[in-house]
Design a binder for this molecule. Structure first.
Ligand code: MOS
Length: 732
């Protein structure tokens, strides 16, 4: 690791993007392209008994209709949490079973998209209906203790000390329950696939966070060798966890293209994505938190009911993070999963931590008021250097610094503690709130291959995907610094299975897994250049050395692992699987941290909530690309505002499915909802987690924004919001 903060460079793909030259997955239109559209289920659950395709087949331009009767040769997808590649184990159109309303039941392929859509609307399906359970609170939604749920990676409840006894004996305590609606990520780029065969070889263009899973998952489902498949995903128009895994359309597009002998494009419309992709599960959390009279937390009891599907256990990791918020004297968790007749929920940006922080950080705020303590002070008092669960030290934990610097930047000392004590000139109630957030510092193996040419170009292939977060810019900045070249001379080949193996980019481990490999590759290239024996002057660029050696180019490979990992982890990524490790490493525990400070203005009569000002201070280890990091942080705050005040999937209890399945009615913040957002970074390299000093940033930025807002709303109004999103009617 080289010393000193990284310089700020512009986003390296900015010009490509603004000129429309960045080619996204379904921007590709191979010659002879046909278009697919789904017909979808209109019942909550049941079985297809008959399908009348005659009207659909009569639509001009229709070439193929794929139903469960044609797909017997295809293997069902396997769930990622069972060491598979898909977001769930259930595969629509591969079976007559209907698992939830809105799932695909047939794929129509036609010469034009219009013909495909029209024909899909003419498919007549007869069903045998079954009763269904659409939501966490529906009748028949029965919790299963997570410790008893059969999964590939079992998660036990946590017990540190005797939390029940400590809670019972405590002087001050709070017992509160917090609930959250389902939330749905809505990347601008829709889910979609372009599948094109050339003889036995299949090329897939798809916006995905996991080109490796697309390749190997597809090989498994189609029953063909993985080396016959290329997946190309250089840019993604937002993923946020929705594109972690294979989706329903992938195998069907590939199958239809093979059947037809033509490339096929399937773009899943927004309304269908709401009904047949992963989402943030609804949760019910109960927190019992106690303290002694000085404000030290003596015990936390954390219970969660998290939604899953009938066909899979999407595990809850909420408690793992809850246990790391503070140095509680004792801690106990109880996690339960609640199966519903829905797609399997999944990873949506800060998948567990956003909900956990809402419950924990709200309870801490309640306890601070019980004690008459300042909300920043109580958090500083309960910080810890040791992870109470494992007994290991934290590799780096700068949350107290985040709180102090954030408080100063925000002007926290201007806050008067009493609820309703701050009023603006126009009569708006002013509230100021604080909350912290944390996110696992995961890492993983990665391969890198780097090539330097005599004309000055550096090409590096890494197992990571550019989904807009700025990894291409971070890679360019790191490689430029290590090879003493300009960032513009660096080309990164990402999300492309023609390069090194492509592992899932998620869990905020993109930088922590790929940047160490990039650095190792730069080091290996330096050594290989030195071995040319040119006696080049100190600081010579690779091109200068190659010229002295009269060589056109030089390529080297490298591989790196996270602490505690060995070569076996490479076997996982080489076969399209995930191989993350952390936050608990052999000798330490690693998390990233955020402290968010929020000002709200609540209009006293209508109770309209505004968020004019947010200050966020972040500890993500080394910052690799200041500009894109700042952009990530701002985006996390914007999402937190949406998560707190706007976002909710409205489940249709009568028929199943989601009522507000579009971004007109699934509300997200717009420009008018956003005021000033100031972000800052501690920028201290983590000394242990990897050679680059990098933790993770993409998700922690969102964690804790929601409770900082609801805590500010309490300060403004004296009303405690215990459900997200907070609506005007909650404050009347
Ligand atoms: Mo993320 S929600 O781990 O892509």
């Amino acid at each position: 690791m080289k010393a000193g903060p990284y310089a700020e460079i512009p986003r390296v793909d900015a010009y490509e993007k603004v000129r429309g030259r960045a080619i996204y997955g379904t921007d590709n239109n191979p010659a002879g392209l046909a278009h697919g559209a789904f017909a979808t289920a209109t019942i909550g659950k049941g079985r297809i008994t008959a399908m009348d395709l005659s009207e659909a087949q009569a639509v001009e331009g229709v070439r193929l209709i794929v139903t469960h009767e044609e797909t017997e040769s295809l293997q069902p997808a396997r769930f990622i949490m069972q060491h598979g590649f898909a977001f769930q184990s259930y595969s629509p159109v591969l079976t007559p079973h209907v698992a939830y309303r809105g799932q695909p039941v047939a794929l129509v392929v036609a010469d034009t998209l219009q013909a495909a859509i029209e024909a899909a609307s003419h498919i007549r399906v007869s069903y045998e209906e079954e009763p269904f359970t659409p939501a966490l609170d529906s009748e028949g939604a029965d919790p299963v203790p997570q410790a008893e749920a059969a999964t590939a990676w079992p998660i036990e409840d946590i017990a540190v000390g005797d939390a029940e006894a400590a809670y019972a004996a405590a002087a001050v305590k709070v017992d509160a329950t917090y609930t959250m609606s389902t939330q749905h990520q809505n990347p601008m780029e829709l889910i979609g696939t372009v599948a094109a065969w050339e003889g036995e070889h299949l090329t897939v263009y798809e916006g995905t966070q996991n080109a490796g899973a697309c390749k190997f998952g597809l090989a498994e489902q189609l029953g063909i060798p993985a080396e016959n498949i290329t997946v190309i995903s250089p840019y993604i128009g937002g993923g946020f966890g929705q594109k972690n895994t294979t989706q329903s359309q992938l195998v069907l597009a590939a199958f239809a293209a093979r059947e037809l002998g033509r490339p096929v494009k399937v773009v899943v419309p927004r309304r269908q994505i709401f009904h047949d992709s992963s989402f943030r599960p609804a949760t019910r959390q109960r927190v019992r938190l106690s303290a002694d009279s000085t404000g030290r937390f003596t015990a936390a009891l954390y219970e969660i009911d998290a939604q899953t599907s009938m066909h899979d256990f999407f595990q809850s990791e909420h408690a793992d993070t809850a246990a790391r918020h503070y140095g509680y004297g004792a801690f106990r968790s109880f996690a339960r999963l609640v199966p519903t007749d829905t797609p399997t929920p999944g990873y949506m940006r800060a998948p567990f931590e956003h909900a956990t922080a809402f419950a924990i950080e709200s309870t801490v705020d309640e306890l601070a008021y019980e004690l008459g303590m300042d909300p920043v002070q109580i958090r500083l008092l309960n910080d810890t250097k040791i992870d109470i669960v494992s007994g290991l030290p934290h590799s780096s934990r700068h949350i107290s610094t985040c709180l102090r610097r954030g408080a100063e930047m925000f002007g926290w000392d201007r806050r008067t503690p009493e609820p309703r004590s701050m009023v603006a000139e126009n009569g708006d109630l002013i509230g100021m709130g604080v909350a912290i957030g944390l996110y696992v510092g995961a890492g993983g193996p990665n391969r890198a291959s780097i090539r330097a040419t005599r004309n000055g170009a550096i090409e590096i292939s890494l197992g990571v995907h550019e989904m807009g977060q700025g990894i291409r810019t971070a890679v360019a900045n790191v490689v430029a610094r290590h090879l003493n070249v300009a960032p513009e001379s660096v080309t990164a080949i990402l999300g492309d299975t023609r390069g090194v193996p492509q592992m899932l980019t998620a869990g905020s481990w993109g930088s922590a897994s790929s940047i160490p490999a990039a650095e190792a590759a730069c080091e290996a290239l330096r050594e290989a250049l030195d071995a040319l024996g040119t006696n080049a002057p100190e600081g010579a660029s690779p091109a200068e050395i190659l010229a002295l050696a009269d060589r056109d180019e030089l390529s080297v490979n490298a591989a790196t692992f996270a602490p505690g990992q060995n070569k076996e982890a490479l076997g996982e990524i080489d076969t399209g699987h995930v191989a993350p490790t952390g936050p608990v490493y052999p000798d330490f525990v690693t998390y990233s941290y955020a402290a968010h400070f929020v000002e709200v203005r609540v209009e006293p009569t209508t109770r309209r909530i505004r968020v004019p000002r947010v200050v966020s201070m972040l500890d993500c280890g080394r910052v690799l690309s200041p500009r894109t990091a700042r952009s990530q942080a701002i985006s996390g705050v914007v999402w937190g505002i949406g998560g707190a005040l706007r976002e909710a999937g409205e489940v249709d209890e009568r028929y199943g499915g989601i009522l507000n399945a579009d971004i007109a009615e699934y509300l997200v913040p717009v420009n008018a909802d956003i005021g000033s957002i100031e972000v800052g970074f501690i920028d201290e390299p983590d000394p242990l987690v990897n050679r680059s000093g990098v933790k993770g940033l993409g998700e922690v930025v969102l964690v804790g924004v929601a409770p900082a807002i609801t805590n500010a709303v309490y300060h403004a109004t004296g009303i405690r919001a215990r459900h997200l999103p907070v609506r005007i009617e909650d404050l009347i």
